[in-house]
Design a protein around this ligand. Structure first.
Ligand code: ASP
Length: 328
């Protein structure tokens, strides 16, 4: 009797320190905000908006997407690290979670310990693309153009540690040519400038490039997978590997996170809703139509998500260090 009474006291104390229990989550009439650390209309934003729609019903909440872009995604990521851990502020982040630790001399958050991992969402290949006026129509002609224009080429990206930055570094290394990188708050504004011809080249996720390639607004020279993609908009684009950049492979992934301190049962509720969304045929159709592959493996479980990100940190850290690039 005394024992169970003290358990009840302990439970009440735990409730007071951890905040709401899952029974109260989501709090009625309070939306869940998914923070996207890149510009609206870009590839990560696209994933977030499709996911918000698919999670709304299983979570039983209104879900809004907020863009907190800038500084290679560190601003939005930090915002969520410092947010109230009640499950109502989440972060949708990509491979930058694995590149930031090696890239930034000091980060205001720790990727490994300041977040509750909620599960992974998708894997997204990339495409090497150019402004429409670039006078090359295949990879061979592009290589010749690069050789003729050394020192004059601009390459857009979404800031240090972004997917386009990482792929751009790999590309410059592969073609042994330094290019002037032009950072944006996301590849949505970079795409506008690429279409307008203000920048020459970019490496960007298929979720942002498929429709532009299909509409012939930009030129596409290669995909970053070892096998060609099968979606209609991208199936005729050769792999960079088959074009001569042997072993050129990079795939971007997205995951969902909550701030450290989010109660375990709240996190479990979000994970259950995430897994329901990953099986939603509409979500799968939208994402896969853009070349993304929705996660079906064990990385949809938080522990495996965390393990995967740790392995990616170990994989990309040495690549970034070897490139000798640091940000303060
Ligand atoms: N994910 C970025 C965006 O949404 C692009 C990138 O990382 O290259 O704009």
């Amino acid at each position: 009797m005394i024992f169970s009474k003290s358990l009840a006291v302990l439970a009440a104390a735990a409730l007071a320190t951890t905040g709401a229990l899952a029974a109260d989550f989501p709090i009625k009439d309070k939306p869940v905000t998914i923070v996207v650390p890149f510009a609206a209309g870009g590839p990560t934003d696209r994933v977030a908006r499709d996911l918000a729609e698919a999670m709304r019903k299983p979570l039983g909440a209104t879900i809004v997407v907020e863009n907190a872009a800038g500084a290679g995604s560190t601003i939005g990521t930090n915002k969520v690290a410092k947010a109230n851990p009640d499950g109502h502020t989440l972060l949708l982040a990509h491979i930058a979670m694995a590149t930031m630790p090696a890239l930034y001399r000091s980060l205001p958050f720790k990727v490994e310990t300041d977040f509750v991992y909620l599960g992974m969402i998708n894997d997204v290949p990339m495409t090497l693309i150019s402004k429409p006026a670039l006078p090359a129509n295949n990879f061979k002609e592009l290589s010749a153009w690069i050789n003729q224009n050394k020192g004059k080429i601009n390459l857009g990206n979404a800031g240090l540690g972004s997917a386009s930055h990482l792929c751009g570094l790999m590309f410059q290394d592969a073609v042994k040519t330094d290019m002037t990188t032009v950072p944006y708050k996301g590849t949505a504004p970079a795409m506008t400038d690429l279409i307008g011809g203000q920048i020459d080249l970019m490496c960007d996720q298929t979720t942002n490039t498929s429709s532009q390639i299909e509409g012939k607004k930009i030129k596409a020279f290669g995909v970053t997978t070892l096998k060609r993609l099968t979606v209609p908009a991208l199936k005729d684009i050769p792999t960079l590997d088959e074009s001569g950049l042997k072993g050129f492979e990079v795939t971007i992934w997205h995951g969902l996170y909550a701030p450290k301190g989010t109660p375990a049962d709240v996190a479990a509720k979000i994970n259950t809703a995430l897994k329901a969304a990953l099986k939603d045929p509409d979500f799968i159709k939208k994402q896969e139509g853009l070349g993304a592959i929705v996660v079906t493996d064990k990385r949809m479980e938080p522990a495996e998500h965390q393990k995967f990100v740790a392995a990616e940190i170990a994989k990309w850290g040495p690549v970034i260090k070897a490139a000798g690039i640091y940000a303060d």
